[in-house]
Each structure stands twice: as C-alpha cells, then as structure tokens.
Design a protein around this ligand. Structure first.
Ligand code: GCW
Length: 708
C-alpha cells in the first residue's frame, strides 16, 4: 500500500516535471538529478532490474542500495524492492575480500550474469566503497541512457588517494573561493551537522573522490586543538560511510603556538613528542584520519627553514608521528623566494637534492606547473625527475586565474594537458600521469589533489558550468585516461539533458572554453599578467612600490621596445635544463618550442615570425581577438539552447556569458594597448578596434572581498 502511494505521488510529480524545462532549477542537485527517462528506455531498465539485494550489512552498502532505489524510481517511475535474497532481475552487491581480479580496495566489477535461470546484475568489490562506486557507475550508465543488458565492466582507480583541498578558513571565508562561504559551519559543530555535509560526501563518492583536506594550507593552528578536533571528528563521521577520509592542513609552528613550547624545531625532542601526542589525540577521535597537508616556508608560512632545518627534517618528523596510525604527510613543493631570478626553477632546485630522503609515508605535492596555476603552463619539471619520492599533482579546480566563477572555463583539457605531458623521464611515453600513478616508479603512496571550488552557493560552485570542473577532477583522479570530451559528455547529459541538439554545441563550447580564456588573457605562453591581489582582471602594467618582484607581471612578461617573453633558455635562466632530453632541447630551440608556450621559454622581438608567417606582435593581436570572438561565440551557442534548459539555469548562464565577453574585451584591450606602448605597432586593421582607453583601464581597481 505504502509503495502504491509513493508511486502515485511520484507519477504525479513526473507528469509535472515531464514538461521539463519549465521547472526552474537552482543547480543544487549537481549531476545527480536522476531526471525521468523516456518511457522506452525506462521500460528497458525496469525489465532488467526489479530488485536489489546484498548480504553485506554495512551502512555504506545500505546507502548504496537506497541511492539506487531512489534514483531508479525517479528515472523510471518504477519502485524496486530491497530483497532478502537474489532473485531473477536482482541487482546484487557482493563483497569478495580475496578476489584476485580486484586489484585495489576500491576496485569493482559489474557483470550481467545468468545463474540457475536467474538474470542478475552483479557488482563485486573487496570493500563497501567499491560497491558504492559500482552503484554510482550503474546509475551513470542509466542517466546517460546506455545499454545495461549485458554488462562486463572492471574498474580500478589509477590513484589510490583522490583528494579535494579546501582553502577554507576558520571564520568561514575561503581563500580563492568564488561560491560563497565555506561549507563547514565551525561554530555549529559538532552539535549541528548541516545536511550539506552529506550531500557533499555523496557527490564526491559518485565521482570517486575519497579524501578531503578541510582547511586552508595557510593553516590556522586552531584546527588541531582539542575543541576543533571534536568538530572535525563530527564531519569525518558524516563522510565515513561515503568512503571519504578527512585530512587537515597543519601549521608548522603549532608546537610553539598551541603547545607553548619555546620552539617548533623539528629536531627538538620535545617538539617531536608534541606531534606524536597530537597524532595520538587525533586518531583516538578519528581512527581513519588521512593525514596532514603542509605548506611550509612558502608565502610567509612557518617551516623547518625557520630553525635551520630542511624540508626532509620537517616532513619526516610529522611522518613519524603519523606512521603508527597509517597516516600520511602531503608536503607541498610550492616554494619560491622573492630574490630568485626565475621563480619557475625554485621548487626543482629546492626539492631535487632530497629525492629518496623522505620517510615512506610522505608524498610531495607539486602544482601542475612550475609557477602557479596559470591558464597555461608547461608541467612542473619535478614530475619525472624526483624518482625516489612519491609525487602527487595538485590542480586548482577553483578558477583563481581563469576568471573565478564568473567565467566558463572547462578545465578537463587543462588537467589532461598536464597529465598527458611527456616528461621523457624513462624515454618516450613517460607521461606525468604515469610518473605519478606508480606506473613508472615504485611508489608507496599514489595520490592526486584538486583545490576545491565549492561553497555555500545553492549551485555549489558559483557558475553552473564550474560544477563540471569538480566533476572532471574526480573522474580523472579515478581514470586519467578518460578524454575531456567523454567527461564533458557524461556531465552534460546528467546535469542538463541527453538531447543531441543540446549536447553537440554545448560540448564544443566547453571544449573550447579554456583555450578561449588563454587567448584573451595570456596567449603564446604569457603568464601572470593578473591584477594585484585578487587576480581577476588584467594588470600587465601593475607596479606596486616595494612589492615582491615575483608578484609583479613585469617580472614575467619583460616587455620592452625590443620584444616580450621570459628567456628560460640555456642563454637565459636555463629553466629548460630542468627538463629531460629531448624536451630541454625542444623548449630551448625557438624553432621547435611549442608556440603555445613560446613566450614562457623565449624572449622574442616584436617582429619575430611565427610559423603562420605573422609577426609576433600581429599574432598576439590575433590571439587576443580570437579569444574575444570565442567568448562571443559561447553566447551565440547558449542563446540557442533556451528550449533545452530550465529557465533559471539558462538565464544565470546567459548572464555570466555576457559578463565573460565584456571582461574578455577588457583583457584584450588592456593587454594589447599596454604592450602596444612598447611595440609601437598598429593592431592589424582587419581586427576589431579597442573600445577602451588604456588610461581608463589602468584606473580600474576591483573591490573583491571574497578572494582572501
Ligand atoms: O596561487 C597562490 C594563491 C594563494 C595560495 C597559494 C598556495 C593558499 O594566490 O592564495 O595560498 O597559491 O597555493 O599556497
């Protein structure tokens, strides 16, 4: 009877939502919308699966089954029972701890089988997490309308730890967060648990993310006080059934700041004991705590150098404290000092001498590029070079340098560009992915991190399309071999619609979007032309008296009457020599250097001829112009999509795309008019003319409050 009532209510609901686009959405359901399918497909699925069962009693398996039942009902309109035993038509979730074919704890198989005349869909895993991932996989197949009649799938993640880094502060702000305040309500914890914690965990589990660093790497020591650990434990309790471990960023001076010790010197016995006791305290509350993330001696953060010690001394001390509990240390390699002639070389110089010296539960976390999450950078030369130390890539999902949540920039192509880059460390094919996933070098730990773009905004990420970046980070962390197109396709289908007339153009818009941002912000390998502090608009002219040279754009573009670009060749800073042959030569030689990085590695005259025959100045103008045209093109594509998208999301994206074009023009005019003061050449006459005046643009000072 109860089921019949539910079904009746559901059918009513479906009849209502069947008109589809007219019901406005706020984006809060992410890619887990489970929209009703067409009758035909719904019928096929409903014939295939009629019940769901598992002999595993765990909470995770229960919630996996519940997820399935609810989603199935929403998509097909059919109610399926959670049965005691497998029958014909069952979805069976089975744990097989010793299954040799399952190559990792998170691995699973999904097969259509016939046993004793019973047609079943069986998901097998070693752990409950594997089952959960398998169920989300099956749901993804259904959401994207794939055939589920003869399944034979085997999956295992290519990185063991797939982690989001939150740069969330204790006061609820988020450093470089563009989607509202932090999800974590520290004042209300541990007593009150926001329902969003669970939603967050569920969304992450659906894409295979299994770790969360809750707080900013610019770490407030308060997070590891007894009071805050209770709060952290409460969050960990919500995340646990979804297979997500919590980690914390720690402040290296905590022994002095919290423990009132006279020093935080990593070789001081009292300091070492303080960390060991702290680890004990943490694990007593959170037995599956993941470990520490550390930003040390970088941008004013304390670290072992303050005591004349090394990164190894610092990391190993923490590693020893965590080791008895199987915790790990993620030690960041984001280090640079103000006086260096080339910031891009520093992480390599500082870390290479320590290769092989870190404790076995330390992994060095390296940003994808050698400078700082720019729209385009070459990969960091540490990848492939540090061969006796596990390394993990850190991507930035939040778009600090790609237009915040104001602009559409689909980042899977950026992530892939790095992961697929050939380091040549062990000959051709030694990609960054293979150099970090345990394929090329034996690694005690494999991991990958992304700086999260989530916040309290209803749609989680500020821009509806920024959800795709969270999604694609998770999917690539699971399987870096997936293509950006595949990920965009599945995300669009689940988040918007399966309609082919929507999918093709919108997918193309996504695929072009990152390159568009590169084009109108900093093409041809230019980098760090950003406005001071907030990093939103262009300020290639920025000059703050007394500021660190390496925080000023002129340090990077080096524009002059002669030309533009950073000479990192053997005749310049020699950063090229940090790469393996033949890449060092490829980058060093202006004739072979990829043109999309040419001004990263070379300082070239304005009349340098590119492969297409244009002068450098003209090509720069063409690229900026192309970027603006691409942004305009996105507006044209989106406006045609009105009939496929609910009103709210349509209008919100439409508005943002309009702003994106305006800001793209601002970028183009700002950069070209400024560089023109050096090149003294006309903008090619066939291109759009500037609509701004350089002096006016120089006066713009945005008051961005939520950036830091
Ligand atoms: O990109 C820079 C950001 C800082 C950030 C730092 C880092 C958390 O501008 O806001 O600090 O990188 O990665 O540590």
């Amino acid at each position: 009877m109860k089921n019949t009532i539910i079904l009746f209510i559901f059918t009513l609901l479906m009849a209502f939502t069947a008109v589809g686009q007219s019901v406005s959405e706020d984006g809060s359901r992410l890619w887990l919308r489970y929209e009703p399918l067409s009758q035909n497909i719904a019928r096929q699925y409903a014939q295939k699966i009629t019940s769901c069962t598992s002999s595993d009693p765990s909470e995770t398996t229960k919630l996996a089954m519940n997820e399935f039942v609810v989603a199935f009902r929403q998509m097909t309109g059919k109610e399926i029972a959670i049965a005691k035993a497998a029958v014909d038509g069952s979805l069976v979730l089975t744990i097989k701890k010793n299954d040799k074919q399952l190559v990792s704890p998170d691995a699973y198989r999904m097969e259509s089988v016939v046993e004793k005349g019973k047609n079943m869909t069986v998901i097998t895993a070693k752990t409950t997490n594997g089952l959960l991932y398998g169920v989300f996989h099956l749901l993804r197949l259904m959401q994207t309308r794939q055939d589920i009649t003869s399944l034979d799938v085997a999956e295992s993640p290519l990185y063991e730890r797939r982690i989001l880094n939150h740069w969330d502060n204790i006061n609820g702000t988020i450093e470089r967060g563009y989607a509202g305040y932090s999800l974590w309500d520290w004042d209300d914890l541990p007593a009150t648990l926001s329902p969003r914690y669970r939603e967050y965990a569920r969304a992450n589990a659906s894409i295979g993310i299994n770790g969360t660093v809750l707080n900013n790497v610019n770490a407030n020591p308060t997070f590891i006080t007894g009071e805050y650990l209770q709060k952290v434990a409460a969050i960990a309790g919500v995340f646990r059934p979804y297979g997500i471990k919590v980690y914390l960023s720690v402040n290296f001076s905590s022994p002095a700041l919290l423990g009132k010790l006279p020093t935080s010197d990593p070789l001081d016995p009292a300091v070492r004991k303080w960390w060991k006791d702290k680890a004990k305290e943490i694990y007593a509350l959170i037995p599956d705590f993941g470990g520490f993330l550390v930003k040390a001696n970088s941008e004013g953060q304390p670290g072992p150098h303050d005591f004349g010690r090394t990164h190894v001394d610092g990391a190993n001390m923490l590693a020893e404290a965590l080791e008895p509990f199987n915790g790990i240390v993620m030690w960041r390699a984001f280090v640079y000092n103000p006086s260096s002639p080339d910031r891009a070389k520093q992480a390599y110089e500082e870390f290479m001498p320590f290769d092989g010296k870190f404790h076995k539960n330390v992994i060095v976390q390296v940003k994808n590029g050698p400078v700082d999450f720019q729209p385009r950078e070459p990969f960091s030369p540490l990848f492939g070079a540090m061969q006796k130390t596990p390394l993990m890539v850190e991507f930035q999902i939040t778009q600090e340098y790609l237009g915040f949540s104001k602009q559409l920039a689909y980042l899977a192509p950026l992530f892939k560009e790095c992961l697929d880059s050939d380091t040549y460390a062990k000959g051709k094919g030694s990609t960054v992915a293979r150099a970090t996933d345990g394929n090329l070098f034996p690694q005690t730990i494999t991991a990958i991190a992304g700086v999260a773009n989530t916040g309290k905004d209803a749609n989680w990420c500020g821009h509806h399309f920024a959800q795709a970046n969270w999604y694609s980070f998770g999917r690539l962390a699971w399987n870096h071999q997936l293509s950006s197109e595949t990920i965009a396709d599945e995300w669009l289908r689940m988040t918007f619609t399966n309609h082919p007339d929507f999918l093709a153009p919108v997918k193309k818009m996504m695929m072009d979007s990152r390159e568009a941002v590169v084009n109108y912000m900093m093409p041809l390998g230019l980098h760090h032309l950003f406005a001071w502090g907030h990093h939103y608009g262009p300020e290639p002219w920025c000059d703050i008296p007394g500021a660190r040279a390496d925080w000023l754009p002129s340090y990077y573009h080096k524009a002059s009457a002669y030309g533009i670009g950073f000479d990192r060749t053997t005749k310049g800073s020699d950063a090229v020599s940090q790469y393996f042959p033949p890449l060092n030569e490829i980058y060093n030689n202006v004739a072979t250097c990829p043109e999309n990085l040419i001004l990263w590695f070379h300082h070239l005259p304005w009349d340098y001829r590119l492969k297409n025959g244009r002068t450098l100045w003209d090509e720069l103008c063409y690229k900026y112009d192309e970027g603006v045209n691409q942004a305009r093109g996105f507006q044209k594509i989106w406006d045609r999509m009105e009939k496929y998208v609910d009103k709210n999301r349509f209008v919100e994206v439409q508005y943002k795309l309009k702003e994106q074009t305006k800001d793209a023009i601002w970028w183009k005019d700002g950069c070209l008019l400024y560089f023109q003061t050096y090149s003294k050449r006309p903008i090619p006459y066939e291109l759009e003319r500037p609509v701004h005046d350089l002096e006016e643009l120089k006066k713009i000072k945005l008051n961005m409050t939520n950036t830091n």
